[in-house]
Design a protein around this ligand. Structure first.
Ligand SMILES: CSC[C@@H](O)[C@@H](O)C(=O)COP(=O)(O)O
Length: 351
């Protein structure tokens, strides 16, 4: 990602190698604040309170959290306790449990004294792999964007996205944004409709920030605007990321994704989901079996933004609120999946 003139990853080891440095996403786009995580408890809190977020990135953060725990105490008991703590931080994105499983597998055959270093090495490798996966997703998605643009070359390709499936949700490049960044880099004219993504506004705050940083033309829209734009022919395709795709191709993603898929289906707009194999959960049969995170209703009832003397928080409803954070888009509404291995139909999604 391009940030303050430098290419940086969303997560990296601290200079002393003993912790992980993350961007505090609660402060973006108003402030760029890097925070050091020094323990599994720090990592768990950063995930739970969404200082860091997005399916692949919370997996990477959890992997480093487990490494920090094992560097302190490499016993089986410590491994089990840290895995349990971190796995409970957020329930929906399967990458979190996948990453913990990968680190656990790497360290289990080793004596306790060697586990910390081995866990850090596996966490580093998870990050490197995530970058490579997203670049591959980008390359396959780019071909799709080229093909769609060729159908109507006289105007920019209009892409709608929801939530933040970008480098702030991954280690770098993003999943759904990777093809967009590559398209921009090769001069393909693209314009992105960015769903604001209430209640936490990951679209308006994070995706818009990223796209601006990469020079991608974009416009923030209210979550309810996409349907109208699709009826008017102003959306050429939808690309979203995902927190978990189940064995049958159902897609769990940020609340509101399902409504975009319904509108896309009704208007003949292609609806694509970008994911790496780390987000595929063949062990879960259908979307109905995925735990849907319910977050604090205050995320809906209050809004926070910059003010003269720091930040201001205002209440936006006087009524009780309900805040499920994800929904499930049935496989039948998905035109295709953009994976590191190429485009796939829901019926043929395998890694
Ligand atoms: C590669 S990102 C895919 C998803 O993780 C993203 O769209 C999303 O829903 C993130 O939700 P969040 O609650 O912000 O962690």
């Amino acid at each position: 990602m391009r940030l303050e003139g430098e290419h940086r990853r969303s997560i990296a080891r601290t200079a002393d190698g003993k912790g992980a440095r993350i961007l505090d996403q609660r402060r973006l786009p108003w402030e760029i604040v890097w925070t050091d995580l020094r323990s599994a408890a720090d990592a768990e809190r950063a995930i739970r309170e969404m200082w860091t977020r997005g399916a692949p990135l919370i997996g990477a953060t959890a992997a480093y959290g487990l490494a920090m725990a094992l560097a302190e105490d490499g016993s089986d008991a410590a491994l089990e306790a840290a895995c349990h703590l971190l796995a409970e931080a957020r329930p929906t994105a399967v990458n979190l449990r996948w990453a913990l499983g990968e680190v656990a597998k790497a360290v289990q055959p080793l004596p306790p004294a060697m586990r910390g270093a081995a866990a850090f090495a596996r966490a580093d490798a998870i990050c490197d792999e995530d970058v490579a996966l997203n670049r591959a997703i980008g390359a396959h998605g780019l071909q799709l964007l080229r093909d769609l643009h060729a159908r109507n070359p006289s105007r920019p390709l209009n892409i709608l996205t929801h939530c933040n499936p970008g480098w702030l949700a991954t280690v770098d490049y993003g999943t759904a944004t990777a093809p967009i960044y590559l398209a921009k880099d090769e001069g393909l004219p693209v314009h992105v409709w960015v769903d604001e993504t209430r209640p936490r506004n990951q679209g308006a705050l994070l995706t818009a920030f990223e796209l601006a940083g990469h020079g991608v033309p974009h416009t923030v829209i209210a979550d309810n605007t996409g349907g109208l734009l699709m009826q008017r022919g102003e959306v050429d395709l939808v690309i979203v990321g995902t927190d978990r795709v189940t064995a049958n191709g159902d897609v769990c993603n940020k609340i509101g994704t399902y409504l975009k898929a319904l509108a896309a289906h009704d208007n003949g707009v292609p609806f694509y989901v970008a994911l790496p194999y780390t987000t595929f959960d063949p062990a879960t049969a259908t979307g109905a079996d995925v735990p849907i995170e319910e977050r604090d209703p205050d995320e809906l009832a209050f809004l926070t933004g910059p003010a003269a003397n720091g930040a201001a928080t205002v209440r936006v409803t006087a009524s009780p609120a309900y805040n499920p954070a994800f929904d499930v888009t049935p496989a039948r509404l998905v035109t295709g999946f953009i994976t590191e291995r190429g485009l796939r139909a829901a019926s043929a999604l395998a890694f």
